[in-house]
Design a protein around this ligand. Structure first.
Ligand SMILES: *[C@@H]1O[C@H](CO)[C@@H](O)[C@H](O)[C@H]1NC(C)=O
Ligand SMILES: *[C@@H]1O[C@H](CO)[C@@H](O)[C@H](O)[C@H]1NC(C)=O
Ligand SMILES: *[C@@H]1O[C@H](CO)[C@@H](O)[C@H](O)[C@H]1NC(C)=O
Ligand SMILES: *[C@@H]1O[C@H](CO)[C@@H](O)[C@H](O)[C@H]1NC(C)=O
Ligand SMILES: *[C@@H]1O[C@H](CO)[C@@H](O)[C@H](O)[C@H]1NC(C)=O
Ligand SMILES: *[C@@H]1O[C@H](CO)[C@@H](O)[C@H](O)[C@H]1NC(C)=O
Ligand SMILES: *[C@@H]1O[C@H](CO)[C@@H](O)[C@H](O)[C@H]1NC(C)=O
Ligand SMILES: *[C@@H]1O[C@H](CO)[C@@H](O)[C@H](O)[C@H]1NC(C)=O
Ligand SMILES: *[C@@H]1O[C@H](CO)[C@@H](O)[C@H](O)[C@H]1NC(C)=O
Ligand SMILES: [Cu+2]
Length: 604
């Protein structure tokens, strides 16, 4: 660890008292995540129900089979503004039912999850929409939640009900896909209970890792999209939405800061096995997660169970998840630090270290752990080597994909000196008034409608290989909607055609592409079968990079897509949005906030 970083950390440690100075309601609103009062999760499915019958991790191909229970949970989400102080710095945030992080969505594999989302964002007003990260949405591509692509934004005062099959199982999250709203607080965990290939004794539930910014998200978007502006540095790093901060660092006297706001706490049991569901739900940084004195066994990456392997550090790019099993090797009275570090050379972070306390069953739960950090290799701004990962259910990659698309990522200021990202020379700008899925469903695939929509129409091809070449000097967590892709290869330089574990490659929904240059680009080679007619975004998951246009839309199985019947609520949401934008000016600032200049012409 670098000396400067160690000094920052020892400063935080000397500040930290494990008796919080602020109540949980002030730091996190209605959320109880990160407190010892947060419940552990059921080991036998939600409500003790095993909905998946005899389907196991190894006997069921989740992309073609899997259970359908016909029942499932319903949630009502009220999105509004509110003041919270996750690390002691008081900040206007976007909250779901008054909580940051948002409520846990919990369901069984094969359930139908229904979420009624009401937009009560006022002062100022904003549109919104929620995306259910990693859900395939095969039956319901219109409920994927990306404005300009699958729906119009939900107008202030309006509601929209999402209803979708829990088609995969494991750990994920949901977040706003409107502008960079999710960096302003619109995130929450999602757990889908299913079979497991390993036994464990306690499910500690979600462990959300997120870089934190003290500036309100929209001001950062204005900075990112500003003339001659650089990218923002994060101010802190949170575990389950909590951390302390050195208030002396704040210069602005109008910002209220309370020291020792409070860290997250977890309960371990000596001699028992604990499942932790790690989620990088931040805006920018790669997280390196460790637990002092403990190794971890990774059992799933994203929604894909794998042959378990043991590690001392878990690396997660934005949007990625790893489920880990941690053995309770400590004594009943011991306490340990849990840590997550934003990588100093991969990320832009002013205070990169997140801490939480782990208490064994007889430990004093206000004691400060005295354990030392596990050293780890921080050299690669990428994921673990592909040869470490073998999914439990094999899914071979074909050597002969029906079509191959090169995607070259670059970044540069445009003629107005605004820094933009480009894919094959085009920077994405969406149009909220005309969702592409709706147009494609009507047979309007005379692409490109507008080159800035970055549409790649793959027609009726049965499989697609994407070769991503990153000529930019920072890594990108690349996320595809609607699929788990096979990761055939990753590295820096020129791909030599070798496929790692071709009969059973790494498979997930986000993969980091390493930093590169025009001479030696970072690359990833991804491949998937087109079993999901729809319009599916493929984008960098760094909030500020998406704002600056690092985003494309794939049109998949256009003939089958035209046969789908969209629910009337999709059209109604556009009617309400058109009504709203007809009398309110929507700030046109980043890739996700463009609207047509003419009066809205409705499509329905
Ligand atoms: C907090 O920040 C101030 C200002 O940089 C610094 O002087 C002080 O040493 C820091 N305190 C700790 C405990 O790190
Ligand atoms: C939604 O939350 C806002 C802010 O807390 C509150 O004013 C409003 O009454 C809530 N609406 C509903 C339907 O609960
Ligand atoms: C945060 O700021 C709001 C608005 O100024 C205020 O109502 C609230 O009391 C503040 N909270 C804290 C913990 O300072
Ligand atoms: C963690 O794993 C490494 C490598 O297998 C091993 O050397 C080390 O002793 C393990 N540490 C603990 C605490 O089990
Ligand atoms: C795994 O891949 C890494 C990076 O390509 C390589 O250095 C290592 O030798 C490989 N290990 C095995 C067992 O193939
Ligand atoms: C540069 O990009 C910004 C943001 O997309 C856009 O508003 C501006 O028109 C662009 N400038 C030029 C000269 O294209
Ligand atoms: C397709 O949609 C675009 C955007 O609304 C529109 O400009 C164009 O006229 C449409 N084309 C056809 C053939 O309907
Ligand atoms: C396959 O995709 C390519 C674009 O990558 C497209 O030109 C071609 O028409 C597609 N083929 C079919 C059968 O749809
Ligand atoms: C249109 O907007 C007005 C003013 O906000 C509102 O009163 C009305 O209910 C809206 N109508 C529809 C159909 O959304
Ligand atoms: Cu990026």
């Amino acid at each position: 660890m670098a000396t400067a970083a160690s000094a920052v950390l020892s400063g935080i440690l000397s500040l930290s008292s494990l008796v919080p100075s602020l109540p949980q309601t002030v730091t996190n609103g209605a959320s109880i995540l990160g407190t010892l009062g947060a419940p552990t999760l059921s080991l036998t499915g939600l409500n003790g129900i095993i909905s998946w019958g005899s389907d196991t991790v190894s006997n069921t191909n989740p992309y073609v089979g899997g259970p359908v229970s016909g029942v499932g949970p319903t949630y009502n989400f009220n999105i509004s503004r509110g003041f919270i102080a996750p690390d002691g710095v008081n900040k206007s945030s976007l909250l779901i039912n008054g909580a940051f992080p948002g409520p846990l969505i919990e369901a069984n594999w094969g359930d139908t999850i229904t979420v009624k989302v009401c937009n009560n964002i006022y002062g100022p007003e904003e549109g919104t929409s929620l995306h259910w990260h990693g859900i395939l949405q095969k039956l319901t591509p219109w409920f994927d939640g990306v404005p300009a692509v699958q729906q119009c934004p939900i107008a202030p005062g309006a509601c929209f009900t999402y209803s979708f099959l829990a088609d995969l199982y494991g750990t994920s999250w949901y977040h706003s896909h409107y502008s960079a709203q999710y960096a302003g607080g619109l995130v929450g965990p999602m757990v889908i209970h299913g079979p497991s290939q390993v036994q464990y004794d306690y499910d500690l539930g979600p462990v959300m890792l997120s870089d934190a910014y003290h500036t309100e998200y929209f001001k950062i978007v204005e900075q990112v999209m500003g003339v001659n502006e650089g990218p923002p540095f994060s101010d802190n790093n949170l575990i389950n939405g909590k951390m302390n901060y050195n208030c002396s660092l704040i210069q602005d006297p109008t910002i209220q800061c309370t020291p020792n706001a409070g860290l997250s706490k977890f309960q371990f049991h000596s001699g028992k096995k604990h499942r932790l569901r790690l989620i990088n739900s931040g805006a920018e940084g790669i997280q390196r997660f460790t637990i002092d004195g403990h190794n971890m066994t990774i059992i799933a990456n994203d929604f894909v169970p794998i042959q378990p392997y043991t590690t001392n550090v878990v690396t997660l790019g934005i949007g990625q998840r790893s489920d880990v099993i941690v053995e309770g090797i400590g004594s009943p009275t011991s306490a340990y630090w849990m840590r997550s570090d934003l990588s100093p050379h991969c990320d832009l972070a002013n205070q990169p270290h997140a801490l939480a306390a782990i208490y064994y069953e007889n430990a004093v739960t206000t004691a400060k752990p005295t354990t030392t950090a596990t050293p780890y290799d921080d050299s690669k701004c990428g994921n673990d080597n592909l040869n470490l990962t073998t999914p439990y259910f094999p899914f071979p990659a074909t050597s002969n994909p029906a079509t191959t698309q090169d995607l070259v990522i670059t970044g540069a200021p445009n003629a107005s000196n605004i820094f933009l990202f480009y894919v094959n020379g085009e920077s994405f700008r969406g149009n909220y008034d005309h969702p592409m899925l709706v147009l494609a469903n009507q047979g309007n695939v005379s692409y490109p409608f507008d080159p800035q929509w970055n549409a790649y129409n793959f027609g009726d091809n049965s499989s697609i290989r994407l070769i991503v070449k990153n000529e930019f000097g920072a890594s990108h967590p690349m996320h595809l909607h609607g699929h788990n892709f096979n990761v055939l290869a990753e590295g820096v330089g020129t791909w030599d055609g070798t496929i790692v574990h071709q009969q059973n490659t790494q498979r997930r929904d986000v993969q980091l592409v390493q930093p590169g240059s025009p001479a030696a680009p970072g690359y990833i080679v991804l491949q998937y079968f087109t079993d999901n007619p729809g319009v599916w975004p493929f984008h960098c998951h760094i909030a500020w990079h998406v704002s600056a246009g690092l985003y494309i839309n794939t049109i998949e199985q256009e003939t089958l897509l035209q046969k789908r019947v969209l629910p009337s609520s999709v059209a109604q949401t556009c009617v309400a949005w058109a009504n709203y934008t007809g009398h309110d000016v929507v700030d046109e600032i980043d890739s996700g906030l463009k609207r047509s200049k003419e009066r809205n012409v409705l499509l329905f």
